[in-house]
Design a protein around this ligand. Structure first.
Ligand code: NAD
Ligand code: DAU
Length: 336
């Protein structure tokens, strides 16, 4: 049985990808390898327990002894493992450099030692920094603003350098903002949904007119599956949709879907170095034949319904001491 190794497989996109791959490729063995940081959650994979071609391994991509045997065994590797939240990188960034740069280095070293099949390294559109006009194509300069984005840029460039230097078959993807089921409630859409459900204030940074390009997580998974089949090693692919929204529009749409009042919105102190707009040019992927299947409005409706129906999932996170500490550090002073 061929094996796909999904690092960061217990996180938001990773767990959605594991489920997607098992559905599309039932003859494959899927190994989800994850450190289970505050963001990793075994209950994201709960429905897969007992499935014979699925294995979960708790481990750290920075620890060579732990990751090496899995890299050596894999036919395909998709690396989602990362510290991912910009606001947390502004509070403390050591773990970002460790996982997002040194973790990638460890995977590349193992691949260099043993040889591997294709490695898809998941980067982000944040590496381009703010795009005030038009859209960033794959050759746009990297101008990361946050410690998170800078660490991701480091990992991205390191993976490309290993591809060039040692002919390791690596594809880099730079996707726009994801949303959907199992996204940690620290991120904009789930934070606003769960705060609204709890009748708490909705903290919108600055004037709320920052623009993000949104993709439903299932479409990100389908783009990755498509690139595994059709992409060329050593190439970079932007993944986008064209669904650009101001944050305030997204927040208002969530309140409307939940039947909650706009008086819950609170404009609060902005994120430092807050990128005003992201927008990727994804013609390269489009020309290969991929298109997203979900439009923003219906995917948002589906996502809001999922959070409404799965309080058991987000409650355990929101009620944890870890989340309460983070909320206090990031929001208490802003909401005073
Ligand atoms: P997430 O924070 O939900 O999940 C990250 C996962 O990585 C968690 O399960 C965590 O436990 C695991 N992890 C962290 N450090 C690890 C380590 N040292 N070893 C093994 N596992 C470790 O993040 P996400 O939103 O699912 O993002 C996944 C990837 O996609 C990241 O690389 C991120 O940069 C990228 N990305 C995310 C988005 C987005 O909008 N969410 C957009 C573009 C790219
Ligand atoms: O663009 C891809 C990136 O998208 C990924 O690489 C990151 O891992 C992912 O976290 C996401 O980064 P953002 O910073 O864009 O996402 P976040 O959900 O944190 O914020 C989205 C926008 O909403 C951003 O402009 C900040 C704003 N925001 C966010 C939060 C959490 C608020 O106004 N208030 C908030 O409380």
């Amino acid at each position: 049985m061929p094996t796909i190794l999904v690092t960061g497989g217990a996180g938001f996109i990773g767990s959605n990808f594991v489920r997607y791959w098992l559905r599309q490729h039932p003859s494959w063995e899927v190994v989800a390898f994850d450190k289970l940081t505050y963001a990793g959650n075994k209950s994201n994979l709960k429905d897969l327990e007992g499935q014979t071609n699925f294995t979960f391994v708790q481990g750290d991509i920075c620890d060579r002894e732990q990751i090496e045997p899995w890299v050596a065994k894999a036919d395909i590797i998709v690396n989602f493992a990362a510290e991912t939240h910009v606001d947390r990188s502004l509070l403390s960034s050591g773990e970002f450099v460790r996982t997002d740069v040194l973790g990638v280095h460890t995977i590349m070293e193992c691949a260099h030692e043993h040889g591997t099949g294709l490695i898809v390294h998941i980067s982000t559109d944040e590496v381009y920094g703010p795009i005030l006009e038009a859209s960033a194509d794959e050759d746009a300069p990297l101008r990361p603003s946050s410690p998170y984005a800078a660490s991701k840029a480091g990992g991205d460039l390191l993976a490309l350098a290993y591809a060039k230097s040692f002919r390791i078959p690596v594809i880099i993807t730079r996707c726009c903002n994801n949303f959907g089921p199992y996204q940690h409630p620290e991120k904009l859409i789930p934070l606003m949904i769960t705060n609204a459900l709890l009748d708490l204030p909705l903290p919108v940074y600055g004037d709320g007119k920052q623009v993000r390009e949104w993709i439903f997580v299932e479409d990100h998974c389908s783009a990755l599956d498509f690139l595994i089949e059709n992409g060329t090693p050593s190439e970079i692919y932007n993944i986008g949709t064209g669904y650009e929204k101001q944050n305030i529009e997204v927040v208002r749409a969530i309140l409307k879907l939940l039947g909650k009042p706009e008086s819950l919105i609170r404009f609060v102190a902005d994120r430092p170095a807050h990128d005003r707009r992201y927008s990727v040019n994804w013609e390269k992927l489009q020309k290969l034949g991929w298109q997203p299947k979900h439009d923003f409005d219906s995917a948002l409706t589906q996502t809001v319904a999922w959070y409404r129906e799965n309080e058991w999932w987000w409650r355990q996170i929101r009620d944890s001491e870890e989340f309460k500490r983070y909320y206090e550090a990031n929001y208490a002073w802003r909401l005073k």
